[in-house]
Design a protein around this ligand. Sequence first.
Ligand code: NAD
Length: 291
Amino acid sequence: MKRIAFIGLGRMGGPMAANLVKAGYDVAGFDLIPDARANAAKDGIKIAASAQHAAEGVDVTITMLPTGKHVIALLTGLVLTMKKGSLLIECSTIDVDSARAAHALASEAGLISVDAPVSGGTKGAAEGTLTFMCGANDGALALAEPVLAKMGQKIIPCGGWGAGQAAKICNNMILGVNMIVVAEAFVLAEKLGLSHRAMFDVVSTSSGASRVLTSACPVPGIVPTSAANNGFKPGFTAALMSKDMQLSQAAAASAGAVTPVAARAASLYADYVAAGNDAEDFSGIINFIRR
Ligand code: NAD
């Protein structure tokens, strides 16, 4: 049985690691936060004293951390203690430069690596239905696929090192902009005297429909999976959404792409987070728009 280390047992990493345990893997894990460690332990993950301890001698190490800075800070030391020829699967959503730097660190340490950010949210993580967008060189993805298949339903090869992150950033730019326009439309509908129910029933079956509307509708009592039903408890935090919008703008600037609508959305999320809403679900931006 393959041994796996899982570093970063938060809202996404915790349930992803739990699915590997359910699939029969021997999973050692580590997180900086005691609650994350305790929850993971309940799911059968063997909690190690540090990331280094978790990754020692294992065949596969998976990271699921907040930002590129976290990933590079962790991997700079960690790759030196990992077994040569073992596989690193980096699943966090980070900037393309950090993703490529992570691959370079792994390669210099004699490891094989894949960037495999995900889509599907905490529900997809819990249900094992994530989509993985993968960047890898030299057939590394074939080694990662059996493990990824235990946590997700779709594994999409996007190209070489960093290509998975490039795809993820473009996807989340669409998600972030889409949530704002759905929230604006609901606020406009309220002011025009439409009920949330009428608005949802029409748009969800019309040309304005989107996954944001049908799975993360930003008003309560309409869609069972919506964070709005739960006081905007995350889900996907506003801080992470704002981070992804900033990543899209940094990528657009460095690639010379013009993205004016996403630029405005990025600044709205930044203002929303700066107003103290970083820890709530990003769909809570509807309240910020209402105010
Ligand atoms: P989270 O904050 O719940 O989890 C991240 C975890 O990493 C935290 O528990 C933190 O303590 C841990 N961590 C940070 N540095 C560490 C270190 N050096 N060693 C060990 N643990 C460390 O965030 P999340 O929602 O699970 O998101 C994780 C990543 O997945 C982010 O990059 C995010 O953008 C991406 N993502 C999130 C969602 C979502 O819906 N939440 C969806 C897709 C992608």
